[in-house]
Design a binder for this molecule. Sequence first.
Ligand SMILES: NC(=O)c1ccc[n+]([C@@H]2O[C@H](COP(=O)([O-])OP(=O)(O)OC[C@H]3O[C@@H](n4cnc5c(N)ncnc54)[C@H](O)[C@@H]3O)[C@@H](O)[C@H]2O)c1
Length: 455
Amino acid sequence: MSTITQNTLPEIARERLDRIHSRTAKVGIIGLGYVGLPLSLLFSEAGFKVTGFDIDAKKVDDLEAGRSYIFRIPTTEIQSALQHGFRATADFSRLADMDAIILCVPTPLTEHHEPDLSYIENTARSAAPWVQEGQLVVLESTTYPGTTEEMLIPILEAHNAHGLKVQSAGEPQNNGVFYVAFSPEREDPGNDTVARHDIPKVVGGHEEIATSLAASLYEGIFKRAVRVSSTRVAEMTKLLENIYRCVNIALVNELKLLSLKMGVDIWEVIDAASTKPFGFHPFYPGPGLGGHCIPIDPFYLSWKAKEYDFSTRFIELAGEINGSMPQHVVESVAQALNQHKKAVNGSRILMLGMAYKKDIDDLRESPSLTIIELLRNAGAEVLYNDPYFPTVGRGRRYNLNMTCTPLENLEQYDCILIVTDHSDYDYVDIVNKSQLVVDSRNATKGIHSPKIVRC
Ligand SMILES: NC(=O)c1ccc[n+]([C@@H]2O[C@H](COP(=O)([O-])OP(=O)(O)OC[C@H]3O[C@@H](n4cnc5c(N)ncnc54)[C@H](O)[C@@H]3O)[C@@H](O)[C@H]2O)c1
C-alpha cells in the first residue's frame, strides 16, 4: 500500500506531478521506432508537449517534415502532432527541459543469442549528462529483471552532470535526486480489436515516488495504470506475457506436426476447442516466430537465469520447436514438389508474404527470411510478393536485395508458398491460377482444391 500522498511528496516531485496532472508536462521519448513513435503521438494527442529523440537522422528529418515511416501511422497524424508542438531531434541536450524521459530503444540478441543491451547502455550514456533534479526516467524496452537497477540507474548516476542520485526506498529526498521506473510496452502490431488506450499499463518504480509519477503520467494516455512493487516485477511481467505466448505457440506447432501425420486438421481442432468458455485460449501454428518480441525476449530471461544456476527448460524447448518450423515449411515444399515429379533444385517459387505476421510492415526476425535462405541453399529460385515491402534490403542477418514480384502469371511458378496470410490477398484467385500452393498459415481455409498442401 502506498504511503505517498500529494502532500508528503517532496517539492521537486510535486512540481512535476502537478505538470503531469495539468498536462503541461514535457515528455521526451528516446527511440522513435514501432514503440516510441506511436507513444509520442498518444502523448501529443492527450495534450502533452512531446519531443522525440533519435540517432537516426532520416527518422528525425521525416518527422520534422511531417512524413511517416511506419505504414500504419498516417502522415496526417504526424502533421497534427507537429501542429500541437511535437518535435523530433537528435540533440540530447534538449532532454534537460523535459519533465519525463521515456526510453524505447531496441533490445535484440547478439549473434550468440545473448541479450544485447548496447542500445540501452548507449542511450543511458547520452541521456545521463542532461538528467535534472526531480525528473522521471522510464525504461520501456523489454529486458530481463534487474536491468533498470543494475544497468540503467548506475549509468545515469555515474554520468550525470549535476551529481544527482536516484531516489531510493526510504526517506524522500528534497533535492539532489531523480526518479526511475520501468513500464513495459504491450502493443500488438496489426491487432485493432483493442484500442491502444484501453490496454492497461504496468508500472513499477524504483521506489514509491517514481511509481506514483510514472503511473500518473501513463494515466494521462491509458485508461488504467497497474502499479507493481518494483522495476523487477514490471520487467518480469513483460517476460511472462511473452514467454506464455512463445511456449503456447510451440505447443500448437508441435501438435500441428503430429496432426499432419495423423491426418487431423489442427486449425479445425483449435476452432472447436475455442468454443470452450473457460480455461482455453487459442494460439495458432505457423511457419515460425517473428518480430522483435516473441523470438527474442524469452532468451533474455534464460540468459539471466544462468546467473542463478537455473535452466529455463520450457523456454529452451519452445525455442527449439519454434525455431525448427521454417525447416518444416521447406521440407513440406520439397514433398509437395516431389508429388508433382519436381525437385526443389531448379524450381521457381513465389513466396507470399515477407512480414512476420499479417497486415503489418515489419519483417524483423521474420521466418520468411530463413525460408528464403533455406530454399535458395537447396537450389530453388525464390521470388516474393508482399504489398508492404516493395523491396527488401539488408537486415540484421540477411542481405537479400530483392524486389517485390507482381502477383501475375501465377501459373509460371512451380509453387506458390504462403508464409504470411495478408488480408489483401484473394486466395481463391491465387489457388485457381497456380499449379501448386503450399500454405503454412491456413490462409486457404474453406477452399477445396487438390492444388493446396497445408503444412
Ligand atoms: N515493436 C513492438 O511491437 C514491441 C512491442 C513490445 C515491446 N517492444 C520493445 O520495445 C523496444 C523498442 O522496440 P521497437 O520495435 O520500437 O524498436 P525500433 O527498432 O522500431 O525502434 C528503436 C528506435 O531507437 C532508435 N535508437 C537506437 N539507439 C538509440 C540511441 N542510442 N539513442 C536514440 N535512439 C536510438 C533507433 O534509431 C530506432 O528508431 C524493444 O525493447 C522491444 O523489445 C516492441
